[in-house]
Design a protein around this ligand. Structure first.
Ligand SMILES: NC(=O)c1ccc[n+]([C@@H]2O[C@H](COP(=O)([O-])OP(=O)(O)OC[C@H]3O[C@@H](n4cnc5c(N)ncnc54)[C@H](O)[C@@H]3O)[C@@H](O)[C@H]2O)c1
Length: 379
C-alpha cells in the first residue's frame, strides 16, 4: 500500500487512477508521495519514506527542489497539461486586442435607462469601436513550446500569417508545427515583422524584459502585444510610453501590476490562462500517472530535478539508485547479482540508474558506494 498526501485539492479524475493499492488523502502520515498545486513546501520537513512530489501544474517555485535532489526525492510537474486552456484565452486576446470589444461592452452598459432610444444610440455611437480583422495579418509567436505551437497552429487556421522563433524548439514540438508557420532566425526578426505579437517563453534572466523600449521602437506601428506568460517578460514602462504615442495599439496581459491596471488600451486579465476545469483535470491525471509510474516501476517522466528515464520491466526485482553521477562505481557493488537490464541517465550532477535483476536484490553494497544518495527495490 502506498500513502499519498494531497496538499491541495487534486481532481478525482487523477487520483482515481492510482487504484486500490493507494491511500490518497488530505492527511497522511509519512507519505510515499505528495500531490500539490500551490501549497508552499519550503518549510516542510520530509519523512524518510518520501520518494516523489508531483506538482499538478507547470511552475515548481513552491517546492524546495535542491533539498529534494539532495534527499533523492523526485519532483514532477505537468508541462503542457494546461496548454489548450491558455491557447483558447490567447485567441480571445487576439480579438480583444483588435476589435474594441471591452470598450464597446462598457459603453453599451452606459446606455441603460434610455428605453426605445437605445437602438438608435447604438447605431450612432458604434463607429468609435471599429477595429481591424485578424485574417491576413501577421502574428509573431515567441517560444514554440506546448502553448506557442497550439497558438501558432490555431492562428494559421484563422487565416493569419504566422511567424515564430524558438532557439531550443524540441523535435516533437517542431513536428507538431503547421508547415505554414514561418520559422524566423531570431526573436527580433519575429518582433519586427508582425502586427500582433504573443510571448510564450518562461521568465528567466535571459528572457526578462525581452519586450523593451529598444525592441518596441523597431516594431511595426500599431503593433498589438499579448503576454500570457509572465509579467517580467514585458517592460511595462516601455509599453505604457509606446501606448501613449500610438506605437503600440493595445497590450493584453494575464499578469496585472499596479502600473498598468486601468491604463487606456491595456486589457488585464486576472491570470485566467489555465483556469478551466479541463486543465485542472489534465494536470491531475498527468501528475497521478507520473507518480504511479515512478512508485511502481521507477520510471521518471517530466521531472524538474532528475533525468527522464524509462526501462521496460524485466527480471524479478528492480533496483533504483539515485547518485551523484558515479555510474562506474556501482558496477563492483553488483557482484553476486544476476543483472538482466540496466540503464543510467544523468542530469547535471545527479544521475539515476535502474538495474533489473533475476532472483534476489542485495542492495547493502550499493547503498555504501560513495556518491549514492538513495537505493530502492521494487518487487
Ligand atoms: N497564463 C497562464 O495561466 C499560464 C499557464 C501556463 C503557462 N504559462 C506561461 O507560459 C509559458 C510557456 O508555457 P509552455 O507550456 O508553452 O512552456 P514550454 O516549456 O512548453 O515552452 C516554452 C518554450 O520557450 C522556449 N524558449 C525559451 N527561451 C526562449 C527564448 N529566449 N526565445 C524564444 N523561445 C524561448 C523554449 O525552448 C520552449 O520551447 C510558461 O513558461 C509560463 O510562464 C502561463
Amino acid at each position: 500500500m502506498y500513502n499519498v498526501l494531497k496538499l491541495n485539492k487534486i481532481a478525482a479524475i487523477g487520483t482515481d487512477r492510482l487504484g486500490s493499492n493507494y491511500n490518497c488523502a488530505d492527511s497522511v502520515e509519512n507519505p510515499d508521495a505528495v500531490l500539490v498545486r500551490s501549497a508552499a513546501m519550503h518549510d516542510m520537513e520530509f519523512g524518510d519514506n518520501l520518494l516523489a512530489i508531483a506538482r499538478a501544474g507547470a511552475g515548481t517555485n513552491n517546492i524546495p527542489k535542491d533539498k529534494c535532489t539532495e534527499q533523492g526525492i523526485v519532483v514532477f510537474n505537468t508541462p503542457g497539461a494546461n496548454a489548450n486552456a491558455v491557447k483558447e484565452l490567447v485567441l480571445a486576446g487576439l480579438l480583444l486586442s483588435s476589435r474594441k470589444i471591452v470598450e464597446g461592452i462598457e459603453w453599451a452598459k452606459t446606455l441603460k435607462g434610455n428605453g426605445d432610444a437605445v437602438a438608435k444610440m447604438v447605431e450612432k455611437g458604434k463607429s468609435q469601436f471599429v477595429g481591424p480583422e485578424i485574417t491576413g495579418k501577421t502574428l509573431g509567436v515567441i517560444g514554440l513550446g506546448a502553448i506557442g505551437i497550439l497558438v501558432a497552429n490555431a492562428a494559421v487556421a484563422l487565416g493569419m500569417n504566422v511567424v515564430g522563433f524558438d532557439p531550443f524548439v524540441s523535435v516533437p514540438n517542431a513536428l507538431k508545427l503547421n508547415p505554414h508557420v514561418k520559422l524566423m532566425k531570431s526573436n527580433e526578426e519575429v518582433m519586427t515583422s508582425c502586427d500582433y505579437l504573443t510571448i510564450h517563453v518562461p521568465l528567466t534572466p535571459d528572457t526578462k524584459d525581452m519586450v523593451n523600449a529598444e525592441m518596441i521602437a523597431k516594431m511595426k506601428d500599431g503593433v498589438r502585444i499579448l503576454n500570457y506568460s509572465r509579467d517580467g517578460l514585458v517592460n511595462c514602462e516601455a509599453v505604457l510610453e509606446a501606448l501613449k504615442s500610438g506605437k503600440v495599439a493595445k497590450y493584453v496581459t494575464d499578469f496585472g501590476n499596479d502600473m498598468i491596471l486601468g491604463e487606456e488600451n491595456v486589457i488585464v486579465l486576472p491570470h485566467l490562462g489555465a483556469s478551466t476545469p479541463e486543465s485542472e483535470d489534465n494536470c491531475a491525471v498527468m501528475a497521478c500517472n507520473q507518480v504511479k509510474e515512478y512508485l511502481e516501476n521507477g520510471n521518471i517522466i517530466n521531472s524538474v530535478n532528475y533525468p527522464a528515464i524509462s526501462l521496460p520491466r524485466s527480471g524479478d526485482k528492480r533496483i533504483c539508485v539515485m547518485h551523484k553521477n558515479v555510474p562506474e562505481r556501482l558496477h563492483d557493488a553488483l557482484a553476486g547479482m544476476t543483472v538482466v537490464g540496466m540503464l543510467t541517465k544523468s542530469r547535471g550532477d545527479v544521475a539515476y540508474t535502474i538495474i533489473d535483476v533475476a532472483g534476489d536484490a542485495d542492495t547493502e553494497k550499493l547503498a555504501a558506494v560513495e556518491g549514492v544518495v538513495r537505493v530502492r527495490v521494487i518487487d
